[in-house]
Design a protein around this ligand. Structure first.
Ligand SMILES: Nc1ncnc2c1ncn2[C@@H]1O[C@H](COP(=O)(O)OP(=O)(O)O)[C@@H](O)[C@H]1O
Ligand SMILES: [Mg+2]
Length: 239
């Protein structure tokens, strides 16, 4: 059954389905009856103020937090029924990037990616072949030998995205990836996420930056106090 998890790129059923999902922390509802479907190949922006529940929603998808009500199906498999020991299998197919870019400070861009691949058991040959390709994809082939302190915030975030891509995820979750970046760097990171999506990876972008999602013509989901208050197929977010 597990082999099916996130195994298909083109299917009729949604990749992710939330059915009336409730998540509480200390008896407070962080998510309050979320219904949501994400299809293979989609790019979704999840927009909301700080504390709205965006990170919680992403954590539920990777099984980092457990739900208190409702159901989450990933490729029609109820993830509450996936055994703890099998969660790494699911997570390997999901890439994650965060506002807080955690690169190894004493490792080059190349090494930051190659170490992540080594941990997952890839061979030296495979790593040598793959890393330059991924660096090229994120537009950092010239920064291969640069250390994090020699890169801009946007470049560091692109290395972090490259590292997430090295596992060839079918789903990329980006939690406020532009939160610490200026406008130019933020826009480069956003363009990269769009490119990755065009190449076939499903992307969920969580952000409070409304102006950012207004720039892209993709599906926008607005979350307020743990509830989805607006869904737009394409186009502009309005308050
Ligand atoms: N580990 C936690 N313990 C207690 N409360 C939490 C925890 N994580 C999140 N929350 C609460 O859940 C709500 C949603 O948080 P979060 O998902 O982080 O929002 P967002 O990512 O949209 O800023 C907030 O009220 C937050 O304080
Ligand atoms: Mg958050």
């Amino acid at each position: 059954m597990l082999a099916r998890l996130l195994a298909y790129s083109l299917t009729n059923f949604p990749m992710i389905k939330f059915e009336n999902v409730i998540k509480t922390y200390n008896n407070q509802r962080a998510l309050d009856g979320i219904n949501l479907q994400v299809h293979h190949g989609e790019f979704i922006s999840l927009v909301g103020l700080s504390g709205a529940g965006k990170s919680t929603l992403l954590k539920l998808i990777i099984g980092e937090e457990q739900i208190d009500g409702g159901k989450i199906l990933i490729d029609e498999i109820d993830i509450s029924k996936v055994k703890k020991g099998d969660l790494p299998y699911l997570r390997r197919k999901i890439g994650m990037v965060f506002q807080d870019i955690k690169l190894l400070p004493k490792a080059t861009a190349f090494e930051n990616i190659s170490f992540a691949m080594e941990v997952c058991g890839h061979s030296k040959e495979k790593i040598k072949e793959e890393v330059p390709k991924i660096l090229e994809l994120v537009g950092l082939e010239k920064k291969s030998n640069s250390f994090p302190h020699e890169m801009s915030g946007g470049e560091k975030q692109r290395v972090a995205i490259a590292r997430a891509l090295s596992h060839r995820p079918v789903l990329l979750l980006a939690d406020e990836p532009t939160g610490n970046l200026d406008e130019v760097n933020a826009s480069e990171v956003l363009d990269l996420l769009l490119k990755i999506n065009q190449l076939g990876t499903t992307v969920i972008l969580a952000t409070h930056a409304v102006d950012l999602v207004n720039k892209i013509k993709k599906r926008v989901i607005t979350i307020e106090d743990g509830k989805i208050t607006m869904e737009q197929e394409q186009g502009r977010y309005r308050l």
